[in-house]
Design a protein around this ligand. Sequence first.
Ligand SMILES: [Zn+2]
Length: 267
Amino acid sequence: MDKTQADIGVFGGSGFYKLFDKAEEHVIETPYGPPSDKVVIGTLGGKRVAFLPRHGSHHQIPPHQINYRANVWAMKSLGVQRIISPCAAGSLQTNVKPGEFVVCDQFVDRTSGRKDTFYDGPIATHVSSAEPYCPEMTKFAQIAGKQCGITVHPKGTVVVIQGPRFSSKSESKWFTSMGWEVINMTQYPEVHLVREQEMCVVNISLITDYDSGLVGDVEPVSHSEVIKVFEQNISKLQSMLVKLIEALPESRNGCGCASALAGARFT
Ligand SMILES: [Zn+2]
C-alpha cells in the first residue's frame, strides 16, 4: 500500500484539529500555494484517510483567509475520491438545537472575494452547483448518525457568510425568514471546489449555538461558546465519522460526482 495515498479526506473545522492517534504527516505542495497545514494520513474504519485541519492545527487561519483551492488540491493529489466536510455551525431555526447535527444538502453563498474556482480559463468551465453535495455519502452519513444515537437533521441549507464577524441581528433574521437552517463561514467555496475536482463531498454541521437574531432571550453567538459546545460534542462527531467511513462502499456507484465536468465546457 502506498503510504502517501488515501481514499477519503476529512477537513477538520473549528475545535477539530486531530483525527488519529497514530499517523504519518505529509507536507504537500500545490500550484495554489501551501494548504492550511500538513496532511495527516492514517487508517480509520478500515480505510486510508487523509486529515487536514482547514484552519491550521493551531486555528491560525480565519475562514476568509483559508486557501481552499490548495486544501482541495492537496486531497486530490493524494488520490482521495471522497471528502467529509464537518463544521461547527449556528442554527437559524428553533427546531435545530445546539448539540444536534445537520447533514446539509444545499448552500447559499454570502461570501465575497474568495478564490472559488480552479477554472480561470482559457477553457470556460461551468460546473453545476444544483446538487452540491454527494447523494450517496449523504445517505450513508444520515444512517451513521442514527446508528450513533445522534439527533441528525437529514437535510438543510447552510448559508455561508464571509466572516470573520458574526451576523448582525437583521442579517440573521433575514436568513431565518428565508427558511435556511444553518449558518457557517467555511462550506463555500470548499464544497464547490471539491466538486470541480470530481470528488464527492458530504457535510456534517455540528450545531453549537443559535445565531444572533433567532431567539430573543439568548446571548448572541460568541467564538468561546462555539468552541465550548463543539468540545462537548466532538466525541459524537468522531464516532459518526468512523461509522460513515466504515460503511462507504469501496467504489463510487451511487452518484454522478465523478463526472461533474461532463457537459461543463463549450469545447
Ligand atoms: Zn458522490
